[in-house]
Design a protein around this ligand. Structure first.
Ligand code: FAD
Length: 518
């Protein structure tokens, strides 16, 4: 009898032990104590907010959202997951201005970097010999600009839109019309402070922990969370002469752009765009033009199917204002734009850099900002840009039925490869001059979005079939073989660095490069 009782009790205990409920991630996170006053939130409204992004295409709900009070607490969270028997994914979220779920962490923890901005000075200008600014990875570039301008200084390289975070753009590259001259934003960083995927806080630069520094720049959030960046500065100008020139001939347009970025010296900014007949309406870059300009450009565009706009800027100060006309005439005198289609304006430097904000506010007031953004960004080698124009602008997009419903600019501007540090994680085409092409349209609804997605696919298929060796910028792939192709010769180093700095593949799972089913 005793044997039977012992056996029954033993079995009962083993059954109970076996079915002991596994603690949920929420329960495990509840046991985590931070040194500073970071908060882990399970509030459904917050989880909902962290489940989507600017693209409004992909959704993935995290188990929790962290509002960090310090980089030390961010490190604590990462260390906790790194050491756990059952790790969880962690995504730093800047402003969530990605378009394909890159800052999401389904089932994991989203770190709302914005919380680091609260209550502490996180942007500091220092001038030992040359001046630089130390900015928290969570900082908006708009705020970095505002602070540096107090010292008469500003970063050299920008994105078109300033309400993006330092950590977010440095995880990609950060490109705009200044890149041809100064390289992307990742070429203008002296030092980073990073929380690695092991939860270590490391200061790195070209001189110290160089491998981590180079991995993180353009690293798509895979190797660490940027908590501080030391960024190069230049004296800030006061004014900007901002000029737009309209072309009907693509070859003349691209030829002039290439001269302006390599032969003719003196401009501070060069970009370009394609104007389809209706694309000046509800476009966040059209505030430059007067109503009558828009009418004339639209007519020209209807006549030619599309026209091209070369956009340049020259910085100046009040003291040099009287020579700006002459300087611009010298720089632009030989260009082959359509006679009578030169438009110019003079604006304060800060208004120029913040030019997209006005368009954003306008679109927001019309309910056209928080809509799906199936954006496609690709880098196209110079030698194939005319083929790209023929196959994409003059064919796929010209015959698109969606053009009437969708809004948003189509950017195309040339830049110089030698301004990029080839040892960072960013990948670019293998030619000295390449074009950044941004097809930044938004859909008015789900059907419209699907049409635009289909067109994006047609564009990429066209490039593949035509043998155009493009690289996606802000890349989106879901399969390892596509990522291998994207990174090309850099893939094995990328994987090695992942093993070194985030061996359990915790960070930025939304990029879908290293898949692990936590
Ligand atoms: P998020 O979208 O929040 O994050 C992007 C990725 O970086 C995610 O994988 C995230 O996990 C990771 N990440 C975020 N913060 C950190 C951090 N501190 N450390 C490590 N990883 C981090 N880009 C350009 O280059 N040029 C432009 O001119 C330009 N214009 C834009 C205009 C608009 C209106 C919009 C919406 C975007 C534009 N972008 C441009 C794209 C922009 O650079 C990307 O969206 C970029 O990801 C920055 O956005 P974010 O700060 O919201 O980062």
């Amino acid at each position: 009898l005793l044997v039977v009782v012992v056996f029954l009790v033993g079995s009962l205990l083993s059954i109970v032990g076996h079915h002991k409920p596994v603690p949920s991630l929420a329960e495990r996170l509840d046991s985590l104590r931070f040194a500073d006053s970071s908060v882990i939130s399970f509030d459904p409204a917050e989880l909902d907010r962290a489940s989507g992004d600017f693209g409004m295409i992909v959704r993935a709900a995290p188990a929790a959202v962290m509002h960090p009070a310090s980089e030390r607490d961010v490190a604590e969270l990462v260390k906790f997951s790194h050491a756990a028997a059952r790790p969880f994914h962690i995504a730093a979220r800047g402003r969530g201005h990605s378009v394909r779920g890159q800052a999401l962490a389904g089932g994991g923890v989203v770190v709302e970097m914005a919380a680091l901005r609260k209550g502490r000075e996180r942007i500091k200008v220092t001038c030992p010999v040359e001046c630089y600014v130390d900015a928290g990875g969570e900082q908006l570039w708009a705020d970095v600009l505002a602070e540096t301008l107090k010292h008469g200084l500003a970063p050299r390289s920008w994105t078109d839109y300033l309400y993006l975070t330092v950590g977010g753009t440095l995880s990609n590259a950060g490109i705009s019309g200044q890149s041809f001259l100064h390289g992307p934003q990742i070429s203008n960083v002296h030092e980073l402070e990073v929380v690695t995927g092991k939860g270590e806080i490391v200061t790195c630069s070209e001189q110290q922990e160089a491998d981590l520094f180079l991995a993180v720049l353009g690293g798509l959030g895979q190797f660490g969370i940027i908590t501080r960046a030391r960024i190069a500065l230049e004296p800030a100008p006061q004014m900007v002469r901002w000029v737009r020139l309209i072309y009907t001939d693509f070859k003349a347009f691209s030829h002039d752009q290439e001269r302006l970025i390599s032969v003719i010296e003196g401009l501070n900014y060069v970009e370009g765009s394609v104007i389809m007949a209706n694309s000046l309406i509800n476009n966040w870059r059209s505030s430059f033009y007067l109503e009558e300009d828009i009418k004339r450009i639209k007519e020209l565009s209807e006549e030619h199917g599309a026209v091209y706009c070369l956009e340049v800027a020259k910085y100046y100060d009040h003291a040099t204002a009287n020579s700006i006309n002459e300087a611009i005439q010298l720089l632009l005198g030989d260009l082959r734009f359509e006679p009578g289609f030169q438009f110019k304006t003079d604006v304060a430097y800060v208004s120029f850099l913040n030019r997209v904000r006005e368009g954003e506010v306008k679109l927001q007031s019309r309910g056209l900002w928080d809509v799906p953004h199936p954006w496609l960004n690709i880098l196209v080698p110079r030698s194939r840009i005319v083929d790209f124009d023929q196959g994409v602008f003059k064919s796929i997009l010209k015959h698109s039925s969606s053009n009437n419903n969708s809004v948003g600019p189509i950017l195309i501007y040339a830049t110089n490869r030698d301004k990029w540090n080839q040892r960072t994680s960013a990948v670019i085409p293998d030619e000295q001059v390449f074009y950044s092409v941004g097809i930044l349209r938004s859909g008015s609804g789900d059907d419209d979005r699907k049409d635009l997605e289909q067109q994006n696919k047609e564009i990429l298929d066209f490039c593949d079939q035509a043998g155009i060796n493009y690289k996606q910028y802000l890349p989106h792939y879901t399969g390892t073989s596509d990522w291998m192709k994207h990174f090309g010769a850099k893939w094995s180093l990328f994987v090695e660095r992942k093993m070194r700095y985030d061996p359990r593949a915790l960070l930025s799972p939304g990029q879908q490069i290293f898949t692990s089913s936590y």
